[in-house]
Write a protein of this length. Structure first.
Length: 113
């Protein structure tokens, strides 16, 4: 299973970015997909998760970020609006297949004040 994430970049506070993640390869089953982020000097944190039935968000991004996609098509997006400097991080997409977590490479998001 391979995950390819893209869409990061540099944006001013209040701006928007859209991250994409495509999953390819021999995928036995897809239970959920989501995004983590790793801010500089901080621990990694779960940002958003999507599965067939629901979406869930970290409190820090609720109302600003929207996760969407099609698990059946192995694609996922993270629309990030009203970005804040504290959103600066490397963002990683993941896919849960069976009991295995598959990771994509990170994409850097930098929000300037």
């Amino acid at each position: 299973v391979q995950l390819q994430a893209c869409g990061g970049g540099l944006v001013q506070a209040g701006g928007s970015l859209r991250l994409s993640c495509v999953v390819s390869g021999n995928i036995p089953s897809m239970n959920a997909m989501g995004w983590y982020r790793h801010p500089p000097g901080k621990q990694r944190e779960l940002v958003a998760v999507i599965n067939d039935d629901s979406t869930n968000y970290a409190e820090s991004v609720k109302g600003r970020f929207t996760i969407s996609g099609d698990v059946a098509k192995n694609t996922m997006f993270l629309q990030m609006n009203s970005l804040k400097p504290e959103d600066t991080a490397v963002y990683y997409c993941y896919a849960l297949t069976g009991s295995t977590i598959n990771w994509g490479q990170g994409t850097q998001v930098t929000v300037s004040s």
